[in-house]
Ligand binder design. Structure first.
Ligand code: HSE
Length: 309
């Protein structure tokens, strides 16, 4: 068995518009890389973190990757030493599931390094321990798509019941991250505690339509189901240029548009790479004109989750 392994784990889009806390999908890029190496001295240590501008702690009890690895080791019952090199290739606090990507990279790498002793359902639980540290919440709408790939429905968190939804093969995603930080906890505290039955009914009509659209490759149905009444109306005001960016994307032909997770990243669905490039250009205009730093990612949906490099 090898003494080290390097893995990639993708960014993900929590909520996917209408599925607050229960839907999420993974993208091909960006994503984190993690190298895990066996060492003599028992315990998990972080040897280095690159790409974080020195912002992440190298204390293994404060990093989602090492918390997930530690959860794995405790269950596995091995007195092994492990060291981690983490390569952060995506912004954090951005709504792209950065903490989930690191947690999945850690749990997945450990499971691979020791010969896959656990099924994916158990790897999900280890990764969720890391995610819980980062967000304090038990929603799996970043960890599940990051680990399973594709579009995932988390029907239940306790016990976990994750269902993979088929994705049209020609679906492209544009992600625009305006460089402002939004804390998930703050973005959650803005949401109403209760929802009127009439609104809830409209929402679950759209959730069902969205899933039915994915299952039957009906893009018009996906498109008309992408109206969120639960999170977007409250959170969009935290995002500079949200309304302008959404209008530009829809005018340029996007299938649908919403906030990625708790923001500030926004995403648009498109039906080809060419249209994704056009829509990405249109979405950037507001940020260029207003000199707001931003990053643009254009990607297909990641179908397979993390991978060994
Ligand atoms: N479902 C979560 C939220 C995703 O919207 O708060 C962010 O991690």
């Amino acid at each position: 068995m090898a003494d080290s392994i390097k893995v990639f784990a993708p960014a993900s889009v929590g909520n996917s518009c209408v599925g607050f806390d229960v839907l999420g999908f993974a993208v091909e890029k960006p994503g984190d890389e993690l190298l895990l190496r066996k060492t003599e001295k028992p315990g998990v240590v972080i040897k280095s973190i690159a790409g974080d501008n020195g912002q992440l702690s190298t204390n293994p009890t404060k990093n989602t990757a090492t918390i997930a690895i530690d959860a794995f080791l405790k269950d596995f019952g091995r007195e092994t030493g492990l060291e981690v090199e983490l390569f952060k290739n995506m912004p954090f606090g951005s709504g792209l599931g950065s903490s989930a990507a690191s947690a999945v990279a850690g749990a997945f790498a450990a499971n691979e390094l020791f010969g896959q002793p656990y099924p994916i359902e158990k790897v999900l639980e280890f990764a969720m321990e890391g995610e819980f540290f980062a967000s304090g919440a038990h929603h799996a709408d970043n960890v599940a798509p990051c680990l399973y790939g594709g579009m995932t429905l988390i029907r239940s968190n306790s016990p976990f019941d994750v269902i993979k939804i088929p994705v049209p093969s020609d679906l492209w995603v544009v992600l625009l991250y305006p460089e402002v930080e939004i804390k998930t906890s703050e973005a959650r505290s803005l949401l109403p505690y209760e929802i009127p039955l009439k609104t809830a009914s409209k929402q679950w009509g759209n959730v069902a339509g969205f899933i039915a659209g994915f299952m039957s490759n009906d893009k018009a149905l996906i498109s008309r189901s992408m109206k969120d009444y639960v999170a977007e109306p409250y959170r969009s005001r935290l995002i500079p240029g949200f309304n302008e960016c959404k209008k530009s994307a829809m005018d340029a032909g996007a299938m649908g548009f919403s906030i990625s997770g708790s923001g500030p990243t926004m995403f648009a669905f498109c039906t080809s790479e060419e249209s994704a490039l056009e829509i990405g250009k249109a979405m950037s205009v507001y940020y260029i004109e207003n000199k707001i730093g931003h990053q643009l990612f254009i990607s297909q949906i990641n179908q397979c989750g993390p991978k060994v490099l």
